[in-house]
Design a protein around this ligand. Sequence first.
Ligand SMILES: [Zn+2]
Length: 266
Amino acid sequence: MIRRDFFQRDDTHAVALGIACYKLLPEDWLGWEPRTVYEELERLGYGRVPETNACKLNAFRTARATILPWQDWHTFEKVVRGLNGDIPNFTLTEPLSVAKCMVGVDALRAIQAVPFSRDVMGYIAACVRNDDLDYAPDPIAFVMPLLCPPMYKCEECGNTDTDDLEDGQCDVCTGRYEDGIPNGKPSAGLEQRGRKITRFMPYDYAPIATLFGRASRISIDHVQLGDTSEELQVAKLLSYNEYRAEHKRRMNEQIREVAHVQRTRL
Ligand SMILES: [Zn+2]
């Protein structure tokens, strides 16, 4: 049995709400009008779904029926708002906090296994940068190549650029650009140019990563941090990590609670 107040409670996780619908409604519920879903749940005795939980369910449906939240940053933002229990405003850009990005990525991964596009990675990296952080831990560590992109400097022409070179040759010296757009391969006669490049990272985030890794393994009450830039960043990250862990714990617990429920015969 699914508890009668399951769809009413503030602390019910979006993914658990979605799985509960699979147990209670006919298989094609994902394609229903949102209002029909709420009416049917009410008819089955689960009460009127409050607006925040309706937003969680809509976000779940979008992430289950499409891969848009993984492809397009606008959709990612609104769906993650919904998954976090916010009421998204579709006419505004509402940059996500880093903690909400983390909770959203955990929830999206529980819904479908889809790789994130560069578009969405760039959005999350911007949210991290917006919070004055140089480092993003799990579950958003995959944005590090965009937050701190490897660079190269060409010793021949002095060009400094992000290191996306497949052949290790400077874009400018090999004439790879045509009207400002890279055309993939070196121009005729320039194939041997631009090989003297120095690769470097814009900054070193290893100290923060190491400190965070160490501090996150002990209880947050026992962590003592000073006020260097690294330590202040780690203090922020630890609080986001707590927020994430609490949501993840609740998500897993509630998924277990509804997963074993027998599907209602309809
Ligand atoms: Zn060059």
